[in-house]
Every structure is written in C-alpha cells, then in structure tokens.
Design a protein around this ligand. Structure first.
Ligand code: CP3
Length: 344
C-alpha cells in the first residue's frame, strides 16, 4: 500500500481491509519518548506552541508504530486561549481556566487569533513536509459545546453541570458563545487545511450529557455551522465528527451536521454501528481499557469490530483517547492483530 493514503480512501467511502488504523491521543504519556520531550519542553502549552517539539511528538507514534494517520499535536483549548482566555495545564488536574461570565462573552478578543495560532499552522506545514506519503495528516478542533464546557466551568467536571446550568439560565449569551467558538474554529480549521491537513476531526467529547433538545442546540447546530463554513472554502475536505456518548442521537448526526464520517465511542453497539456505516464511513470503537488489559479482552474486542464493521468503510481506532497506563506492547499487539487479519 506504499504511497496510498488509506485513511483518505476510507473517508471517500471505500472499504479497505485490513482497515487503516490510528489512535486518538496517540501522542501522549504512555510513550516514554513523549514523556522525555514533555519534560524538556517545560509546560504543556510550550510543547504545543513550539513547532520543533509539536512536530517531534506528532511524529513519535508514526515512527514507532507506522500508524496510517498522524494527528496534529495541539489541544482543543488553544482556541479560547487565542481568544484571550487564560489557560494552564497542571499535572494531575488537567486544564484550568478562569470561568467566563455571561457578560464577558461579547468581549472575547479575536484580534490576535491567527497570530497566536501561527505556531500551530507552522507545525502543520512541517508535518506535511516530513510525514511519509501514505500517512494522512489530520487537523482538529474541539466542538463548540465541549470547548464551552471548559470555558464555563474553568476545569474538567464529571457531568458538565456548570455549562448545562449556564445554558439554561443564559440561553442568549450561551448561543452567542457557541456561535463565536464555531466561527473561530472554522477559520482555524481552514488555516490548518491551507497549511496541509488532509482531513479534519471535530471532538465533541461531552456530547453525552445533554438531553435531546440541548444536544440539537449545543452539539448539532454549532458543528453544522463549522462544517458549512469550512466547506465554503474547501467543499471536499473530509471531516470526522466525534460526538462522544451521543447514544441514540448518533442516528441523524451525520446527515444533520454534514460531517463525512462518524467517530464512534465504545458504548455504540456494533449492530447500530453497522447501520450507521450504511450511510458512510465510521471510525472506532475499541474500549481503551481493553487495550490497557491486553490479552483475551483485547483480542476479542478487535475481532468483534473487524467481524462486524470490516466489510464497510472503517477506520480502526479506540472509542476515546489512549490512557497513560497503556503498555506500549499492547499497542504493538493490537496493530499486528488488525493488520494480520486477511479475511472478514
Ligand atoms: O490525539 C493526539 O495525539 C493529538 C493531541 C490532542 C491532545 N488533546 C493532547 C493532549 C488532542 C486531539 C486533544 C484533544 C482534547 N483536549 C480533547 C478532546 C478529546 C478528548 O480526549 O476528549 C479534550 C477534552 C481536551 C482537553 C484536555 N487536554 C484535557 C481534559 C486534558 C487533561 C487530561 C489529560 O490527559 O491529562 C488535556 C491535556 C492533554 N492534551 C494531554 C495531551 C497529550 C496531556 C498533557 C500532558 O502531557 O501532561
């Protein structure tokens, strides 16, 4: 398959077997070489905003495992950061921001947005140059709802109660916030394509905590807005939507938002996944903890996905990011098992 970008082929609707594979959070703390670069870089944001280190950590899992796609190394929260919100990452605590008040939304300042994100664009340009011809380069942003949850709470929370309450109490300010994030994110994604990204993924990690009406307003509508705006400039760019935890609301998400492919979390039943795959490509959906456990749990999880989804357009991935405690040998086993499969 030398020189063929198989991830792009799947995103065009083709069934490729064995399926191409990459992992969400494939550059990260489970890799000793990442921990080494991270320790030298200083803070996590320094790692993201220095093209030398951002390129290096993006390439580490490609060199080690030969994944079929590389994902730009950055974070979804660089968008609010570039809009003037403060952002820190503290060991063991995750992201910390000053919670935004409803009255501050009108004052979000995008005057230096692209200037602040220029190191990210430079990272994409260098990756485009340095990656193997067969490796698809994926750019990304957070979906407005997921980004807004961190802006409102100022930190990770178990159920995003602060953002849900904010949405009910200040519907107009909240709608304004989502629209602003959507428009800036679309411009950010367009710049990533200009710099060389082959495909995009929109991460909506907190889709699963909303009722149906709130899901439509906070997840579907803003992602639709991003997709439409990106497609004004790049009508054909493949976009993977990942509404994690959407459950029954996965049905209709592709059609309603216009995304090309659906990223499935591990709770999506494979029978439902097969149904969703009839309308286009799917990506996923191994439970990341099967990869931590290894052995039989891992083998069975892989085989079920390949048996159920291997005949259609599938990008093999986890159902969410790889966790820091994952043994590197289990990743090697997984890749060997996926790539070693010859029949469906
Ligand atoms: O996938 C990749 O390899 C590309 C890089 C990437 C990171 N974050 C690097 C990162 C991507 C695509 C993200 C997306 C992201 N960031 C999401 C959506 C996907 C998801 O996982 O749900 C979210 C919600 C964030 C916000 C965020 N960033 C959190 C909640 C945390 C803390 C949790 C943790 O794992 O520490 C981060 C930090 C972060 N982003 C790390 C990495 C590698 C770990 C930071 C470190 O090295 O100390």
């Amino acid at each position: 398959m030398a020189g063929r970008k198989t991830v792009l082929e799947v995103l065009q609707g083709k069934a490729v077997f064995p399926p191409p594979i990459w992992l969400m959070r494939q550059a990260g703390r489970y890799l000793p070489e990442y921990r080494e670069t991270r320790a030298k870089a200083g803070g996590f944001l320094d790692l993201c905003f220095n093209p030398d280190t951002a390129v290096e950590v993006t390439l580490q899992p490609i060199r080690r495992f030969g994944f079929d796609a590389a994902i730009l190394f950055s974070d979804i929260l660089v968008v609010p950061h570039a809009l003037g919100r403060d952002l820190r990452f503290e060991e063991g605590l995750g992201p910390l921001m000053t919670p935004i008040a409803a009255s501050e939304i009108e004052r979000l300042d995008g005057s230096r947005f692209h200037e602040k994100l220029e190191p990210v664009y430079e990272t994409v340009r260098r990756l485009k140059r340095d990656l193997p011809a067969e490796t698809t380069l994926i750019g990304f942003s957070g979906a407005p709802w997921t980004v807004a949850t961190y802006m409102i709470a100022g930190q990770g929370t178990p159920d995003q109660a602060p953002a849900r309450l904010f949405a009910y109490r200040h519907p107009e300010a909240f709608a304004k916030l989502l629209a602003l994030i959507a428009d800036w994110s679309a411009d950010y994604l367009v710049r990533q394509i200009e710099a060389g990204a082959d495909a995009l993924q929109i991460f909506d990690s907190w889709s699963g905590v909303l009722d149906e009406a709130a899901f439509q307003a906070a997840c579907v509508a803003p992602v639709k807005r991003i997709v439409a705006r990106v497609r004004e400039s790049y009508p054909d760019v493949p976009i993977i939507g990942f509404p994690k935890g959407a459950g029954a609301l996965y049905g209709g998400y592709r059609e309603q938002t216009g995304v090309t492919a659906l990223g499935l979390d591990w709770t999506v039943p494979l029978s439902q996944a097969r149904h969703l795959q009839k309308a286009g490509p799917v990506q996923g959906n191994l439970d990341p903890l099967r990869l931590v456990a290894g052995g039989r749990a891992l083998a069975e999880g892989i085989d079920r996905i390949l048996d159920e989804l291997g005949k259609g357009p599938l990008i093999f991935n986890l159902g969410h990011g790889i966790t820091p405690e994952t043994p590197v040998e289990h990743v090697e086993e997984m890749i060997a098992r996926v790539r070693g499969r010859t029949k469906r």
